[in-house]
Design a protein around this ligand. Structure first.
Ligand SMILES: [Zn+2]
Length: 185
């Protein structure tokens, strides 16, 4: 009897462990930040829910009418701190004009550079506009990347880029201006 109880307990623990960290409780979905693209257009946020228990994600695009949009996917599975980071990251792709450029091949140098730029703008906006700590955002980002199955080396290089921006860079606006100036020459 005692053995049986223990094995039931252990299976509950294992099930609990196997479930994605964010899936057990839903978080409040925060209001989106202000987002304007490089052409001065207002970016609209739109919520999507896919399969339950999926990692929260965002996507920057134009909708079928050509309006700039950010799709917020499964945001109820992410903490408010991480929701805000995803919003800022996707907004950055609009702010520096990535959305209207041809999409570089996945994992190419240009693709990774675009992601580094978006991460940098996002973590600077966390520093400027939000109450969340750097550590809270990073902890959630590491959780999400681990769940999706990114190798540790990818996570580490992403974090070192963000730490450098957060510690050493001036304002997000100044950084965005540098990126726009560099891409127009
Ligand atoms: Zn991105």
């Amino acid at each position: 009897m005692r053995v049986l109880q223990l094995s039931i307990l252990m299976s509950i623990v294992v099930i609990g462990y196997l479930q994605p960290a964010f899936s057990s409780d839903a978080y409040e979905v925060i209001p989106p930040p202000v987002c304007t693209n490089n052409l001065g257009e207002t970016v609209v946020f739109s919520s999507r829910t896919s399969d339950r228990g999926q990692v929260a994600a965002g996507m920057a695009n134009r909708d079928q009418n050509g309006n700039p949009v950010i799709y917020r996917v499964n945001y109820e599975n992410a903490t408010p701190a991480f929701q805000r980071f995803i919003d800022f990251h996707e907004c950055a792709h609009h702010q520096v004009g990535h959305v209207d450029q041809p999409h570089p091949p996945r994992n190419s140098y240009d693709h990774l550079m675009n992601e580094s730029i978006a991460d940098c703008v996002a973590i600077l906006r966390v520093r400027e506009e939000s109450n969340e700590t750097y550590e809270a955002v990073i902890a959630d980002l590491v959780d999400a990347m681990t769940q999706i199955g990114f190798p540790k080396v990818s996570t580490d290089s992403r974090l070192s880029n963000m730490k450098n921006c957060y510690t050493n860079y001036d304002s997000s606006n100044q950084f965005i201006k540098q990126v726009l100036d560099a891409s127009s020459t």
